[in-house]
Design a protein around this ligand. Sequence first.
Ligand SMILES: NC(=O)c1ccc[n+]([C@@H]2O[C@H](COP(=O)([O-])OP(=O)(O)OC[C@H]3O[C@@H](n4cnc5c(N)ncnc54)[C@H](O)[C@@H]3O)[C@@H](O)[C@H]2O)c1
Ligand SMILES: [Fe+2]
Length: 380
Amino acid sequence: MGHLSIWSFPTRIVFGAGAAKQTGAEAARLGSKHALVVTDKGVMGAGLFAPIEASLREAGITWTIFDGVLGNPIEANVHDGVRAFQESGADLVIAIGGGSPLDVGKLVRLGIHHHRPLAEYDDAIGGDRYITANVPPMLALPTTAGTGSEVGRSGVVTLDVNHRKTVIFSPHLLANAAILDPELTRSMPAFLTAATGMDALTHCLEAYVAKGDHPMADGIALEGIRHVGRYLERAVKHGVDLEARGGMMKAAMMGAVAFQKGLGACHSLAHPLSSEHGTHHGLANALCLPAVCAFNAEVAGARLAEVSVLLGGEASPAGCVEAVRRLRERIGLPGTLTQAGVPRGNLDRLADLAFQDACHQSNPRPCTRDDLRALYEACF
Ligand SMILES: NC(=O)c1ccc[n+]([C@@H]2O[C@H](COP(=O)([O-])OP(=O)(O)OC[C@H]3O[C@@H](n4cnc5c(N)ncnc54)[C@H](O)[C@@H]3O)[C@@H](O)[C@H]2O)c1
Ligand SMILES: [Fe+2]
């Protein structure tokens, strides 16, 4: 027998403008009486809970709000959420927000019946083997269009022990249903739209060129990239355009489905920028992606050329590097780590952390620690 590939597909997805009004019905399908809403203060402040609240009330479901999630969430956010779930007697997690609340929502479910220290569930050390189906159900309502966490199997959190952004991964962490309502993303400011959109692009692009044979992931990645090419600039420039907002929500969802195949060096470079310097995750990817495409050109040239065409560039790997740069510029993001406020002094530590990150293991071209350091250099 040749190389073995493992393929699987996820999640019930309710999509459309106004879909948030289905939250009560979806919660009722899961048998819920009382839900813990896991979110953050920005989401609450933007008034995004209003349609969800109305729909829960209509379905006769009560709720408690936990809005203590930070951007680039930390371990304490998970522990606080677990406590809130237990104290409120909830039977369902409803996570509403960008990747940060959705990820914390998944890890809150994990924490209800799984009592090891979070570090032991780290995917990089095979922690998924401790994760069982014994988790309460969850609904996911994304309010950004980037991470795709609503259909993904991972929760990302910065751990106390090593201060590293750590991926905790298991099929048991998949949401029971994702509710994708473009109206919830309309309040995103241009920067957040642009940065999260580049996260979606990076997921699709890294998955498409990642090592391994996964034609379903490849097909979805290409369609996701096509959506980014068609809708990202529109969504940034005309935030009220619900077709563009919906297109980007689909792109984000497709990115996370596609990256079940694997990610690559760009995500390994991005994670330390967030944990060390607080850089937004999508922006961190946008800053590193062209250099990673150039690094991968010699092994993934044909695929990068295809990606380039979908983004309106020339059919070559160099064209892809240029197309990503141009898109980044058109949507108003900075083009260098310097412009993004990252100091140069810390490069050795960043390179060490990037090398410890598991994502680059599926990069099509193997990376040494020094390759990753050179990639950072190329991004200043
Ligand atoms: N689980 C995964 O597979 C996966 C994949 C990629 C990234 N991530 C993680 O996701 C996190 C990033 O998520 P994100 O980029 O969605 O950002 P986020 O969730 O951190 O949100 C960023 C900010 O935007 C605000 N916000 C969210 N929606 C808004 C809206 N509609 N209108 C106005 N403001 C809004 C939030 O309040 C917050 O202040 C990182 O921690 C990253 O590591 C996870
Ligand atoms: Fe990402």
